[in-house]
Design a protein. Structure first.
Length: 469
């Protein structure tokens, strides 16, 4: 029996040409032996001389067809390399080296590829589920890596390419984004986050809205089911419509018990920005009334039976109940005087705001890692996260306001405005711009559309331009 060894791909190609018998003769005529290699094994390890003579006779009478079959056989044997692309994702706990190995990349290629990628991106930052597109070159049943692509961030794509000399090079490609103006509105059923979610507004944007209004509103006592919100904002998105980066609120309004509370953003010539009510008065106050997002008061200022000690004790602050990990904001700008673990307070921070006013925060789960004693913080900056460290029965923030070293009721502290007030021509232009902004908001909500800020009504920027003078 005549034996040949060809790869399955080659056999399939020969069959597809409908010249399999002639191709076999061509292989024999070209000097392929039983082992399937040119010029090595004898042509007839398993064939008799008479059989060989018969083959030669057949070959001689079919030279044109045999030539075609020979060409087909050569094409199969010397087939051009084929590019093959496949996608895969990192498994949980898998390193990038392990990922490449699982995809069949040779160790030496994987090492060279990773060395090149390390110059463009820290591969240790990749997370489980990361999609990676790999391109291989297949030739004679062998496969070698030629390219790879993955997008670890919304605005960043990493590409790996291979040069003719076999070396790898990695590049960082920034994905372009477009700034759009968007709008959202809804009715509050339980809280602002839930209302925002139903209106298609992100959790992060609603958190920004809460921080801005925390200067003037107590979200525990002022917000109720049936109240409404409106928000007009600028948001960067990719070509696929995915929101990236922080959004900027241009206009917002909370309607509480039928009374509207509107705010507008104004940017000044020095680059600073602030929010103003309809009268042109800054919303900024000396202290935030609610220094933690989406919290509820669990214990007010005054005498109470201590939940752990079991006897009546003066509670010299206000407790805000919230889930562990909820961000806590600096109630005002100032300097950190204390930060660390302090007896029953657990993790504790004290901030000095001026010569007489301080705030204190207790029971946190962790601090903002960038803070230290003597560090300056800005009003609304995240300083820590809700926890139940120290003497606590559940997760909450213990918040104190101290005047001249003595605790006072945080809910009754005089919160006089500390920001600037618009007046004169600036105030006139600001009020004229309010109607244009509201008209723009109404149009976007009605059409559920978006527009670029440059194409938007100049309302938000009328105040900005005037304020710059």
């Amino acid at each position: 029996m005549l034996k040949t060894r060809l790869s399955s791909a080659r056999i399939a190609s020969l069959r597809g040409s409908s010249l399999t018998p002639l191709a076999l003769l061509a292989l024999l005529a070209m000097g392929f032996g039983a082992a399937g290699h040119r010029g090595h094994a004898p042509v007839a390890e398993a064939a008799s001389p008479s059989a060989l003579q018969q083959l030669r006779t057949i070959a001689g009478s079919n030279m044109p067809e045999l030539a075609k079959a020979g060409a087909a056989a050569d094409a199969v044997i010397n087939a051009a390399p084929v590019a093959v692309t496949r996608e895969a994702e990192l498994d949980d706990g898998q390193t990038f080296a392990e990922f490449l190995s699982d995809q069949g990349v040779a160790d030496n290629e994987a090492s060279a590829a990773m060395n090149a990628l390390a110059k463009a991106y820290d591969l240790r930052r990749l997370r489980a589920g990361q999609d990676v597109t790999l391109t291989f070159q297949q030739s004679n049943a062998k496969e070698s890596l030629t390219a790879a692509t993955f997008q670890p961030e919304d605005t960043k794509e990493i590409t790996l390419t291979r040069a003719v000399d076999g070396s790898f090079t990695a590049h960082v490609n920034m994905i372009p984004v477009t700034r759009h103006r968007m709008a959202g509105a809804g009715e509050i059923r339980t809280n602002l986050y839930e209302a925002g979610s139903r209106a298609g507004v992100s959790h992060a944007l609603m958190a920004s809205l809460i921080r801005i209004y925390s200067h003037s509103l107590d979200f525990q006592r002022d917000i109720h089911p049936g109240d409404k919100f409106e928000v007009l904002y600028d948001q960067s998105t990719t070509a696929k419509g995915k929101a990236v980066g922080d959004s900027t609120i241009v206009y917002a309004q909370l309607t509480i018990a039928g009374k509207p509370h509107a705010l507008y953003r104004v940017t000044f010539s020095d680059g600073t920005a602030d929010y103003f009510d309809e009268r042109g008065q800054s919303l900024r106050r000396a202290l935030l009334r609610t220094p933690v997002a989406a919290a509820h008061i669990t214990s007010g200022y005054g005498m109470r039976v201590h939940p752990l000690l079991g006897y009546s004790k003066m509670h010299k602050g206000v407790d805000f109940g919230a889930p562990i990990g909820t961000p806590i904001f600096a109630a005002g700008s100032g300097t950190i005087e204390e930060i660390g673990f302090k007896n029953g307070f657990g993790r504790f921070i004290r901030i000095r705001h001026n010569g007489s006013l301080e705030t204190a925060y207790g029971h946190m789960s962790r601090f903002n890692s960038s803070l230290y004693r003597g560090a300056h913080v800005n009003q609304g900056e995240v300083i820590a996260y809700v926890g139940m460290s120290g003497r606590a029965t559940g997760p909450h923030l213990h918040f104190e306001v101290r005047r001249n070293g003595e605790q006072v009721n945080p809910m009754s502290i005089n919160a006089m405005p500390t920001g600037r007030t618009l007046d004169g021509r600036l105030l006139t232009a600001f009020k004229e711009g309010q109607n244009k902004i509201k008209q723009e908001f109404t149009t976007l909500v009605a059409t559920k559309g978006t527009m670029t800020p440059a194409a938007a009504t100049s309302a938000a920027f009328t105040a900005k331009t005037t304020a710059a003078h």
